[in-house]
Design a protein around this ligand. Sequence first.
Ligand code: FES
Ligand code: FES
Length: 156
Amino acid sequence: MRITTTVNGTEHEVDDVWPGESLLYVLRERMGLPGSKNACEQGECGSCTVYLDGEPVCACLVAAGQAQGREVRTVEGLADGDRLHPVQEAFVECGAVQCGFCTPGLLIAAHDLLARVPHPSDLEIREALAGNLCRCTGYEKILDAVRLAADRQARS
Ligand code: FES
Ligand code: FES
């Protein structure tokens, strides 16, 4: 089957997609967008999180055919060309990027949180990131990064 999907503002056509292929596979292996990570492939870790029509989803659980005619935004699409998004900058500055495997999913989750809740409490941050597992287990810097991004957003 052929699918046509808009990814980070650009329309992509992919041929010969088989029914069991995931959106994550198509993004990484066919479109050359390796930002979304494949860690569990079971919807457990959040490393593959992308926006699908503006809603964060686990791309490993979305069949590629479900993305037909829809809009996908990946972690690559948060940046503005070479300029990182403020949430991405905050992760770098706070040392929240450890091995980096969970980082793309956390960035989408944090970006989504700050779009919905500009001044999140610590509890709201923890709840928003609860579906994203960091195997390095250093969550404090990740929380610092989201707080910093929220502060900057409030001042801008
Ligand atoms: S790789 Fe999709 S949730 Fe873990
Ligand atoms: S930074 Fe290593 S899994 Fe999160």
